[in-house]
Design a protein around this ligand. Structure first.
Ligand code: NAG
Ligand code: NAG
Ligand code: NAG
Length: 196
């Protein structure tokens, strides 16, 4: 069974959603010649039905393998369909970055489910969150950190975890002035304490 990393504080609210996500991490080249993360865009698919099955463990490797090899013409939903695990993949929503809703300074991650399924049209089915803590991925340095976050605004969750990450790390260096890059990744997202 996949569990949350013990290095991160455990959630205090109950599990509401667990998703597999495929998308990109975005990086900009700093004047120091290293990449800085400037956001991410991903689609989330419901994997609650795989929880407590052996497929739950394997899905991040399947997802990143297919996502890496996918022609650009395929949508994330078509790609997830290829997994054959989710006969009719249920799109939960989208993950992207928005300006900090409290300070207006910098960007924060958002998860927004208000365009799909039972949350369609529900304006409060989103959460914008801030990072609480992170820990290196146990699967190695090619995979982005596992992270815990807490909600700033929205009712979709109070606590969020990113685990089981695959890829998403930038190259170790860049030439200052070179264009922004996107790096494909997959991860699980766990949302706790929803009140929508
Ligand atoms: C990240 O990259 C994607 C794909 O190019 C783009 O659609 C998105 O707007 C970018 N987001 C940020 C915050 O840079
Ligand atoms: C959530 O997504 C919907 C549909 O794209 C959009 O209209 C709405 O503004 C988003 N909500 C937030 C809080 O970003
Ligand atoms: C953050 O995570 C580290 C391990 O990565 C842990 O030692 C530390 O206690 C955590 N801090 C909080 C505030 O959860």
């Amino acid at each position: 069974m996949s569990t949350l990393p013990s290095a991160l504080a455990q959630p205090t609210t109950s599990l509401s959603f667990v998703a597999i996500a495929i998308g990109t991490q975005n990086y900009t080249c700093s004047s120091a010649g290293t990449y800085t993360n400037v956001g991410a865009v991903a689609s989330l698919f419901d994997i609650s039905c795989l929880y407590n099955t052996f497929l739950f463990e394997g899905i991040p490797d399947l997802a990143i393998g297919i996502w890496k090899a996918a022609p650009p013409s395929l949508t994330p939903q078509q790609i997830i369909s290829k997994l054959q695990l989710l006969s009719s993949p249920v799109v939960l929503g989208e993950h992207y970055y928005v300006p900090n809703p409290l300070t207006g300074q910098g960007v924060n991650p958002e998860w927004n489910f208000s365009s799909h399924g039972r949350f369609k049209g529900k304006a409060d089915a989103y959460v914008v969150a801030a990072k609480v803590n992170n820990t290196v991925a146990p699967t190695g340095s090619r995979d982005i950190d596992w992270v815990s976050l807490k909600a700033l605004t929205g009712k979709l969750a109070q606590e969020i975890y990113r685990t089981d990450t695959r890829l998403g790390q930038p190259p170790p260096s860049c030439n200052p002035g070179s264009p922004d890059i996107t790096v494909k990744y997959a991860s699980k997202y766990w949302l706790f304490g929803s009140s929508v």
